[in-house]
Design a protein around this ligand. Structure first.
Ligand code: MG
Length: 388
């Protein structure tokens, strides 16, 4: 068995929305297809994946380094001992050949998309959903479904408060019971008015989280913490720079409610430092690393092992993502939950029709792999890439 071709296409994301730091309308995502020489029903078995939402495609990095190395590898360098599945750890080592440690930028997303496509390919070769492949590979009892919340609450150019309330109402009508909104894109006073407006729709503060997207310095993070403390919100996410462990630990020392961070940490070592030096409180605070941004499932699993070794639970891991790949990984590894971005970030954001959100949760279907071909808006892009 061998890889015949590896293809990549940069897709635009459909989202003209804004958080405290970025506007998503310029963002793109790399969709990748790894074509094997295994033929089923007249067609090659193809592994498909993408890197995550809220960043940019890595077409150049992939073509110049990672795809080239995969295609140059001998088949035996990429297969497991049985020869019947691709060994994702070996493939990771092949892709990372000649790469220095550290400096985990876009390289981590490029490798992630390719590594995840091999997981999709392995699941398809086994004719089973990816959550099952993942659970049996890591020896985990998988969850039946994934707790999910609607992440949104963006800033709008006009009619901010009423549009925010409309947005939350729309999510509730879709079956979501937990919500998240952006903060940090306006003054503290205005953000408090937005928070109160959202709570009028959401109801209980314990069902509403806030996300500053890494915007604040230490004084601002503390000021927001103090002002929001009486609400007792579900959580306060990514207050400062992802690597500012001092900010997190100073905030955790005074803010009594749950904090969450980690979606912009791309390596096991960075996550271990967060666990050791970021003031994270066991049984309370959440880790949000995203396997599709951080070298794929192998490195993501090392992150989980690292936080578990430091006394945290994998139930406190809620990956960033809001897509099918995160869903399969959360279920397969029995993690705490993930997010959804209803109605935005098409074609990669959101779940396929066989994965219905109900009662605050969503279950993956039984389609082979990550089931991306079952997503109506993504399927044409996959078909185009597979038939190139
Ligand atoms: Mg976030």
């Amino acid at each position: 068995m061998r890889i015949v071709d590896v293809r990549e296409a940069a897709l635009p994301l459909s989202a003209n929305i804004q958080n405290s730091v970025v506007n998503f309308s310029e963002h793109t995502v790399s969709l990748v297809a790894i074509v094997s020489d295994v033929i089923r029903n007249g067609n090659p078995v193809v592994g498909v994946a993408f890197d995550s939402i809220g960043r940019f495609a890595q077409s150049g990095l992939m073509r110049e380094r990672f795809i080239r190395r995969l295609l140059a590898a001998k088949p035996g360098d990429l297969l497991n001992d049985t020869g019947k599945a691709f060994d994702t750890a070996k493939a990771f080592a092949v892709m990372m050949r000649n790469e220095k440690p550290g400096g985990h930028g876009d390289r981590a997303h490029a490798v992630a998309a390719l590594e995840l496509a091999l997981w999709d390919l392995n699941a398809k070769l086994n004719d089973e959903p990816a959550w099952k492949t993942i659970a049996s590979h890591f020896g985990v009892q998988p969850s039946a479904r994934m707790p999910v919340y609607a992440a949104g609450g963006y800033y709008y150019p006009e009619g901010n408060l009423s549009r925010l309330q409309d947005e939350m109402r729309r999510y509730a009508d879709m079956g979501y019971t937990k919500f998240k909104m952006k903060i940090g894109g306006a003054s503290l006073d205005e953000d408090l008015r937005r928070l109160e407006a959202a709570l009028q729709v959401v109801g209980a503060a314990e069902d509403l989280a806030v996300d500053a997207n890494g915007r604040f310095d230490i004084p601002t993070a503390l000021a927001y913490g103090k002002a929001m403390e009486p609400f007792a919100l579900r959580w306060y996410e990514e207050p400062g720079d992802p690597l500012d462990y001092r900010l997190m630990s100073e905030l955790a020392a005074v803010y009594p409610h749950r904090l969450a961070t980690g979606e912009n940490l791309f390596s096991r070592r960075d996550v271990e430092n967060l666990a050791l030096f970021g003031g994270m409180r066991k049984g309370k605070d959440l880790f949000q690393m995203d396997p599709a941004l951080s070298y794929g499932l192998g490195e993501f699993y090392r992150m989980i092992q690292s936080i578990e070794a430091n006394g945290f639970s994998r139930r406190d891991v809620h990956p960033h993502g809001g897509h099918m790949i995160a869903l399969h990984i959360v279920v397969g590894l029995a993690l705490g939950g993930s997010e959804a971005y209803p109605g935005v970030f098409a074609p990669v954001g959101g779940y396929s029709d066989e994965c219905v959100v109900a009662d605050g949760g969503v279950a993956p279907g039984l389609s082979p792999g990550f089931g991306l071909e079952k997503k109506a808006d993504l399927a044409p892009h996959i078909a185009a890439l597979a038939s190139t």
